[in-house]
Ligand binder design. Structure first.
Ligand code: FAD
Length: 597
């Protein structure tokens, strides 16, 4: 067969999760990585602030504290067995990255430097604890480069600019994937014993977003079409500090280093919403507080933005008021030079995109769509589970942002995604390779590419004059307004009707490019179909959940309702209809309590 390949393990995606999985799988199994991007262009490379692990280098810390903070941050929806596993593995995983050569920033005595981040606390005092290990504000970039080098060293097989369009499932087990080679437009079949999806998130559904253009939810849409459910899709995180109008991220590390949010009256308003940890409350809490401030007319100049202030005089004033001290006990006083050293990219972004020098002027910011807590349901070994009883689909794995383990529950803490990638990427890789050792290749159907070709032909053959750009614009706008930080039944009904209309209209988009070589117009149209499908699943899941929890805040149901809603949602697409189901949350040590920050 032409364009046929065979590997024990095929990894889809070359971000932090995919590379970690490939590195571990390749120790004992023949392994290929397929990526629609050149690997080091994956979104992991944009992660700024840090990777969370309780090393205790800059103050007392314990994996148990990290576990509790993550459970609390998740608004008690995270599965506690998986969270405990992740937080204890985090420590050895970070040292492992260090030993691979990752150039972490250092404390004066040479250990890995750590900074505070939202929701990470000393469980005894309730004060912020420095837990984020960082390489200036380029932590994700360094992780990606380090892992890519290791994969090259271990001779992992890379297929760059191969976009996966379908997963093959035979006899109820994973059998491979179908991918389009972008340079030629040809379809390839990758026959595999195990397939690991590590395709990242889907934040391009929303108008203001920190996510790369490539975050179009491909892996999740592909598995939904093959009968696998999507878990907890109503929970999407809005990060408090996106650059006004552009959404480009200003890391929470700015607040970790002492930056504060300020309203039009010059007040540090987080004091009113989270008196203990203030600007370092979890992201859902801060984003909601910002919306309320703006709603009450305290946006800057009455507009839809607030200031993020990291000028040394402001940082030092509030650090003194908070009684913040350095590890050696001296008062926390920063200089512009120190901030430049720790946050060089942020300074650069502010100058480039805002024309603002953040050491001399405050930065205009607004909440920006940032992270998918929901995704392909898995257990803590990365195995995909397909129903309310957590039945495993043999040979199919997911890791990273596309997966829902669930360790982030209803709201992810900052720095916990990078940990998730390295811990669950590693275990998915190990488990997939072990599975492949004992499994045999499934016999493929006569034409494994038929479903993919049907999808592409439908786009190529469509008639009509609808514009994909306009459809995307309308989706982003309605989702940002009605399925954003605050939600109501009425608004979400409107959004759902609009998204369904747009899905119809998408069938009348005809790409002008009919060629084969790098036909990005064809692929972008296919990706827009994925985004619309996930927008619909998100809205249906959100409408059903009649409570407020973490990243899902309903004005018509403002309270968390553990009696009825302490459960994960599952959404299947069956005969074109979305069907919902639910499964219990795993609770081990921590009974749900009200969250106080
Ligand atoms: C601006 C920004 C800053 C962040 N900062 C932090 C931080 O400081 N700390 C933290 O913990 N988290 C942070 N996050 C979140 C975190 O970076 C992401 O959740 C994480 O990097 C996702 O990694 P991943 O491996 O799942 O996916 P990615 O790194 O996005 O990789 C996805 C891969 O899948 C491939 N792919 C996708 N679709 C297909 C397809 N159809 N076929 C083939 N290949 C495909 C892509 O080519 C890519 O290689 C940040 C996120 C953003 C956007």
């Amino acid at each position: 067969m032409k364009n046929y390949h065979q590997f024990d393990v095929v990894v889809v995606g070359a971000g932090g999760a995919g590379l970690m999985a490939a590195l571990y799988a390749s120790k004992t199994a023949s392994t290929a990585v397929l990526s629609k991007l050149y690997p080091t262009r994956s979104h992991t490379g944009t992660a700024q602030g840090g990777v969370g692990a309780a090393l205790g280098n800059e103050g007392e810390d314990h994996a148990e504290w990290h576990t509790f903070d993550t459970v609390k941050g998740s608004d008690y929806l995270g599965d506690q067995d998986a969270i405990e596993f992740m937080c204890s593995e985090a420590v050895s995983s970070v040292y492992e990255l260090e030993h691979m050569g990752l150039p972490f920033s250092r404390t004066p005595d040479g250990r890995i430097a750590q900074r505070p981040f939202g929701g990470h606390t000393n469980n005894v005092t309730g004060k912020p604890v420095p837990r984020a290990c960082y390489a200036a504000d380029r932590t994700g970039h360094m992780i990606l480069q380090t892992l890519y080098q290791q994969c090259i060293k271990k001779n992992v097989n890379f297929f760059d600019e191969f976009q996966v369009l379908d997963v093959l499932i035979v006899n109820g087990a994973a059998a491979g994937v179908v991918a389009l080679e972008m340079a030629t437009g040809e379809l390839h079949v990758f026959h595999a014993k195990a397939v690991i999806f590590a395709t990242g998130g889907h934040g391009r559904i929303w108008e203001i977003t920190s996510n790369a253009y490539t975050f179009t939810g491909d892996g999740l849409a592909i598995t939904l079409r093959r009968g696998i459910p999507a878990e907890d899709m109503e929970f999407f995180q809005f990060h408090p500090t996106g650059i006004y109008r552009l959404g480009i991220l200003i890391t929470e590390g700015v607040r970790g280093e002492g930056g504060v949010l300020i309203n039009d009256k010059g007040e540090r308003f987080m004091e009113h919403y989270a008196p203990h940890v203030k600007d370092l409350a979890s992201r859902d809490v801060v984003s909601r507080a910002m919306y309320l401030e703006m709603q009450e007319g305290r946006g800057i100049g009455g507009k839809r933005y607030l200031y993020l202030d990291m000028r040394p005089e402001t940082v030092n004033q509030y650090a003194a008021a908070d009684g913040r001290r350095r590890t050696d006990g001296s008062p926390y006083i920063v200089t512009g030079e120190e901030l430049l050293g720790k946050l060089p990219d942020i300074v650069d972004f502010a100058r480039t995109y805002l024309g603002v020098d953040p050491v001399a002027q405050p930065m205009p910011v607004q909440p920006t769509a940032h992270y998918a807590m929901g995704g392909i349901p898995t257990n803590k070994f990365g195995q995909v589970v397909i129903d309310e009883n957590n039945t495993v689909l043999p040979g199919l794995y997911a890791a990273g942002e596309v997966a829902c383990v669930s360790v982030h529950g209803a709201n992810r803490l900052g720095t916990n995604s990078l940990v998730d990638l390295i811990v669950f990427g590693k275990h998915a890789g190990l488990d997939a390779a072990a599975y492949a050792l004992g499994a045999s290749y499934q016999v493929l159907p006569d034409d494994p590419t038929d479903f993919t070709r049907a999808q592409l032909e439908a786009i190529r053959q469509s008639s009509g004059s609808e514009s994909a750009f306009e459809i995307a614009r309308e989706m982003k706008s309605v989702m940002f307004d009605h399925v954003g930080v605050f939600r109501t039944a009425e608004g979400m009904q409107d959004a759902l009707a609009k998204v369904r209309e747009l899905r119809q209209r998408l069938q009348h988009v005809r790409p002008a490019d009919s060629g084969k070589i790098f036909n990005t117009e064809l692929l972008n149209t296919w990706e827009l179909g994925n985004l619309l499908e996930l927008a619909e699943v998100t809205t249906v899941s959100a409408l059903a959940r009649q409570e407020s929890r973490g990243g899902h805040a309903r004005e018509d149901f403002p309270k968390r309702d553990d009696a009825n809603w302490l459960k994960h949602s599952l959404a299947w697409v069956r005969d074109g209809q979305i069907v919902l189901g639910y499964k219990p949350v795993v609770i081990t040590k921590f009974q749900p309590k009200e969250r106080v920050y």
